[in-house]
Design a protein around this ligand. Structure first.
Ligand code: MLT
Length: 237
């Protein structure tokens, strides 16, 4: 479990990276694809998002921009998964840029396998790992500006707990996985309570986004697996 590591150019990448940004980018990505978005294309730069999406037919695109938890002015959406409705999203490409999640995705876009996970699609993500058994795996928490996040770590723990139940053994001495598992086992019956304690949960509560926290804290809600098909482009596997 890493928190958006500063990758050096020669850093060896894992066979598979699972990018986690529970509040809220990877929850939004899973939900958008579930309700029928054609794809989600992610950008760490707002300017790059505008430049690329300008080439897309207006009736086939949505632009979602979030900074500091709030919607960027002039965009169609912020980054609330609750805005992802079939009426709005069906058949369209969602162009998405967020504070941390899209940056984490861009950091590992050269991994052979890149999927996204959140609590709402934890089972689908973990089933992919059981089926594909990557030799090296990063559960990559997006965190906040490179810092630790409770919500991303508890999601990594939820995935590790699911894999453990399926017979996957983690090497001893992996302190981050052990800590993530312990956090999940402590809070699995009160994930919303943990989110309300979390620094980003507090930030979102100040923006009146309790309903987002409730939704993002719901485990195994949707059976959808966002997988990168080309750099920055995710579709439902
Ligand atoms: C992030 O990228 O840090 C989050 O998705 C921000 C948010 O939407 O609250």
């Amino acid at each position: 479990v890493y928190h958006t590591p500063e990758l050096t150019p020669d850093q060896p990448l894992p066979d598979c990276a699972v990018v986690i940004d529970v509040l809220r980018a990877t929850t939004t990505i899973a939900t958008a694809l579930k309700v029928g978005a054609e794809a989600v294309q992610v950008f760490s730069s707002l300017n790059d998002l505008l430049a690329t999406s300008a080439a897309w037919p207006e009736e086939k695109r949505l632009r979602a921009g979030e900074r500091g938890g709030a919607m960027v002015e002039g965009y169609d959406l912020g980054n609330s998964p609750l805005d992802c409705t079939p009426e709005l999203m069906m058949g369209k490409r969602l162009f998405l840029s967020t504070t941390n999640g899209t940056r984490a995705l861009q950091r590992v876009e050269n991994c052979p396998q890149l999927i996204t996970a959140s609590l709402v699609n934890r089972g689908a993500a973990a089933d992919y790992l059981v089926k594909n058994q990557p030799k090296t795996l990063w559960l990559l928490g997006s965190g906040w500006e490179g810092g630790y996040s409770l919500e991303d770590t508890v999601c990594a723990g939820a995935i590790a707990a699911y894999l453990t139940e399926k017979g996957v053994e983690f090497t001893k001495g992996n302190d981050e996985v052990t800590a993530a598992l312990s956090l999940y086992r402590q809070w699995q019956d009160n994930l919303l309570g943990l989110f309300e304690l979390a620094s980003h949960g507090q930030r979102l509560l100040k923006l009146d986004r309790l309903d987002d926290l409730r939704y993002c804290a719901t485990e195994d809600l949707i059976d959808i697996l966002p997988k990168q098909v080309s750099p920055g482009v995710l579709t439902a596997a």
